[in-house]
Unconditional design. Structure first.
Length: 182
């Protein structure tokens, strides 16, 4: 990948998520969690390089078993909510072994909402744990005088799937509001 503006051509496979059925750059793929885009990127990076970076970033168990384009979806990759928060703290404090420019670009892509009182940064994720869906919403809220980190991980069987995608964020927002964070 040259930069965040490089466009990956859509492979014309129609998927359930309409936002995925078009060409993508890193920003749109990040926003829409476009799986095919990140699978293509992972294949281009390659297994050895991917494993090297996961280890360097100290990201979860850094397990890439299950295939270079599936390890984070249904393979061996595991990360705890505590590890997610530690990773987010390093990202937000520019303490990862990456350039400050790249960390700032990730943070910029994570921005969900900005007001005079707060800014919310976050990223959703969705994978499988056996037959159950595993959903994440991780991020942080910057207020005028503090930063609050969060990692919400929910698991559900197919019975509750229709509301699963929005539940990840709704649960988190309710908790943050109850704690008067925003």
């Amino acid at each position: 990948m040259k930069d965040k503006y490089e466009i990956f051509e859509w492979d014309s496979v129609v998927r359930n998520n309409e936002n995925w059925n078009k060409n993508q750059d890193l920003q749109t793929a990040f926003k829409n969690s476009t799986v095919w885009y990140f699978q293509k990127m992972a294949r281009e990076i390659g297994g050895q390089e991917m494993k090297c970076w996961l280890d360097k970033l100290n990201y979860g168990n850094a397990d890439t078993t299950g295939g270079i384009d599936l390890f984070w979806l249904q393979g061996g990759m595991r990360i705890s909510p505590k590890e997610e928060i530690e990773f987010l703290q390093k990202l937000n404090n520019f303490e990862l072994p990456c350039t400050e420019k790249n960390m700032q670009q990730v943070k910029d892509m994570m921005l969900i909402e900005r007001t005079e009182k707060y800014a919310i940064y976050g990223k959703t994720g969705w994978g499988m744990n056996g037959n159950n869906d595993l959903g994440w919403f991780v991020g942080f809220v910057e207020t005028n005088n503090n930063v609050f980190y969060f990692a919400n991980c929910i698991e559900s069987n197919k019975e509750f799937l229709p509301n699963f995608a929005i539940a990840r964020k709704e649960i988190t927002y309710r908790i943050l509001k109850e704690l008067n964070i925003f």
